[in-house]
Design a protein around this ligand. Sequence first.
Ligand SMILES: NC(=O)c1ccc[n+]([C@@H]2O[C@H](COP(=O)([O-])OP(=O)(O)OC[C@H]3O[C@@H](n4cnc5c(N)ncnc54)[C@H](OP(=O)(O)O)[C@@H]3O)[C@@H](O)[C@H]2O)c1
Length: 382
Amino acid sequence: MQYRKIEKLGIEVSAFGVGCMRWPMKKLEDGTDVVDEEISTPAIRHAIDLGVNYVDTAYVYSGGRKNEIALGHALRDGYREKVYIATKLPTWPVQTKDDMWRILGESLEDLETDCIDFYLLHALNRDSWHKMRDLGALDFLEEARAQGKIKYACFSFHDNYEAFEEILTAYDWDMAQVQFNYMDVNNQATVKGVRLAGERGVPIVVMEGLRGGKLATAPDNVQALYDAFPVKRSPVEWAFRWLCNFPEVATVLSGVTNMEQTEDNLAIFDRCTAGAMTEEELALMDRVREAYESRTKVGCTGCRYCMPCPNDVDIPRIFSIWNSKFQFNETLEGNWDYRRVIRDGHDASKCVGCGACEGVCPQQLSIIDLLQTADAEMRAKE
Ligand SMILES: NC(=O)c1ccc[n+]([C@@H]2O[C@H](COP(=O)([O-])OP(=O)(O)OC[C@H]3O[C@@H](n4cnc5c(N)ncnc54)[C@H](OP(=O)(O)O)[C@@H]3O)[C@@H](O)[C@H]2O)c1
């Protein structure tokens, strides 16, 4: 196993961290859904036996408190001492500081431990960060650390670069967990955000390194690029190699769902080190990204000639989200990206059809009609 040093914390973590979010569930006789521990326990113990020392769960995974309970069971028999546990404080059920203490207490109990190594404010975006900050979450983290209930104060993140920069620079965080992969160079925290974290000495933990599994199988036009390259690797290995190339990345979480994937990833992460990719390999990944991007719904290049829109519609952002759904054949259900655009007041319903954008679009797109279709498709599936 390859280990990566986190200078700030003086520890080493395995480059491959096991994400528990996708653990399989089963139904008990009374109809209750629980994690299928006959599958999850041997899988995670096997990964730990082979050197994984970082495991990621959350209070809310598997339907609320169930994932942490299953992890607590899996880490009995001496396994707890072999790993760093990361778990998360959900922001949405928190209304007071007492809620934070209650949830932390339940996590400690469920995980059967006295101290959580990495404690994260879960899935921060601009709004939830403001809410947690104003409720005193930073004081809570400091106090919990002083009491020995947590070791490191961290956050996980889902929003854009501006929000990431605001949160990252507001506190001396011990770690930031971000959605990052070769498709998200300009999305979510972005490469710029990962570099900024590195400059501030804040280690990055990667989630959705395979875009939730979407990058594990390549569509024909992408596979053709891999096939033409002299070195043969699986799409999964290319994706993980690209991530491990960043020295800012401490560990890459992978939500493996079976033993074969665990074995595959253990082998891949042994081979991928920081700064190891050649210029030709990096250029291949740029072409792969372009090949995915060519599978678009609308030919917007993001040049932003159409901006600012007099009615504040974020035209390039809307088209980028819409395209991404089609590139990976994603369902439009649970479309959090578009919900954030609506939250920010920049969604397509604000368009009054003034046409200022169409007159300046270098691609001569029928922006007004396209916005209406995008809005109808994405909003219908909210
Ligand atoms: N803090 C947050 O807001 C947040 C959000 C998302 C995730 N996370 C954490 O990050 C972890 C990782 O995220 P993720 O599960 O989305 O990661 P991911 O690595 O992008 O996707 C995991 C999926 O990739 C596929 N996969 C993994 N290894 C593979 C292999 N060797 N070959 C083929 N397919 C492979 C599997 O898909 P199939 O099941 O389809 O085979 C697996 O379910 C989660 O478990 C969770 O702990 C945190």
